[in-house]
Design a protein around this ligand. Sequence first.
Ligand SMILES: Cc1ncc(COP(=O)(O)O)c(C=O)c1O
Length: 451
Amino acid sequence: MQETKVVLPDREIPKQWYNIMADMPNKPKPPLHPGTKQPIGPQDLSAIFPMSLIEQEVSTQRWIDIPEEVLNIYALWRPSPLYRAHRLEKALGTPAKIYYKYEGVSPAGSHKPNTSIPQAYYNKAAGIRRIATETGAGQWGSSMALAGSLFGLEVTVYMVKVSYDQKPYRRIAMETWGATVHPSPSTVTNTGRKILEATPDSPGSLGMAISEAVEDAATHDDTNYALGSVLNHVLLHQTVIGLEAKKQFALVGDYPDVVIGCCGGGSNLGGVSFPFLQDKIQGKNVRVVAVEPISCPTLTKGEFRYDFGDTAGLTPLMMMYTLGHNFMPPGIHAGGLRYHADSPLICQLYHDKLIEAVAYGQTGVFEAAITFAKTEGIIPAPESSHAIKGAIDEAMKAKEEGKQKTIFFNLSGHGYLDMTAYQDFLAGKLVDYEYPDEKIKEALKELPVIE
Ligand SMILES: Cc1ncc(COP(=O)(O)O)c(C=O)c1O
């Protein structure tokens, strides 16, 4: 019988997160205050984050202990399995070995609870009563709702309006875990009301929903804000994925030539790849590839400069590859990949050529998803399917070149609540939309100029 899964016992859950800031050849430039444009200090963030998370955000310490309470909740689904994709390899006829780590085993169905749990833990410890956050298609919102219910925190979610209307099941999951969900733009915040006045039928965007959640947190003493991607502490928490994977590869005596992750804000890519990038920085030959949609080509077509994290310009300015904070993403199905920028850590590493990036259209991505579902069984999230497409392309390249290669990707979530996307694909309704260069140039003109 062939071995398919590499499973670790609970006691092998990593006890520390890996902080890549300790090893980066160039650290990211500091975030700037949105008003003064001067570097911000910990105090500037304390209105919306607990000090423990702010300390993690700026830490350069290589290893950071994971609290016992967080480990005990991680044990509900961690360590997640590493699979060898025997059937996919066979279907492709490739000499390459393909492995994937499956984060869809978490209660919310994606990698996002790896950070929602510690974020809820640290907020609860700081005496916070409520968390305000945003969500696109609902993966992050449901992960935060789950974490809130486990730690007794109220959770308010601003959900991008188009998803709120089109994807009721994730909203119902959030409500089942006890969260309150508002369609964004909403009438609850000044930002939302202003947007609705100007564009009453606005479909919303992640940038708008972030503005609403930040405003909510900043205007209520008992409420903090939580973000599901982009920030350093979020990527830090996600490194449990790559750390476990390294142990699993060691058990089967293998090591990846290439590590692949889809990239929305960069948290699952950072989580799966940073422990391998630590080896790369020390001279090991391993490639890391970010996969993004051609309709939101942040790394492949954006500019590396300071921009806001949200539409209203309430967040600090961060040094990122960006399409401009007013970027209105087309309504592709991979809702979690429709963010105008990326994590400053990922962007700096990409700028320093330690990470590569590719972009694909959604029809090719869904074809890859179907191939995967028919061979490996799991129906993948549309976001994760970008990584599958990346892995299949690498495997086909290996076939052309007749090369043995070990390919590893993170299957960041399942797609069982994304059935309308599959329905549209199967009915031939999906089209590829390449975001026009002129529109990017236009949006970038509105960016603040930092001397
Ligand atoms: C399943 C899944 N994968 C990936 C992403 C992209 O986010 P990130 O780049 O932070 O991993 C999302 C975002 O919602 C998601 O739901």
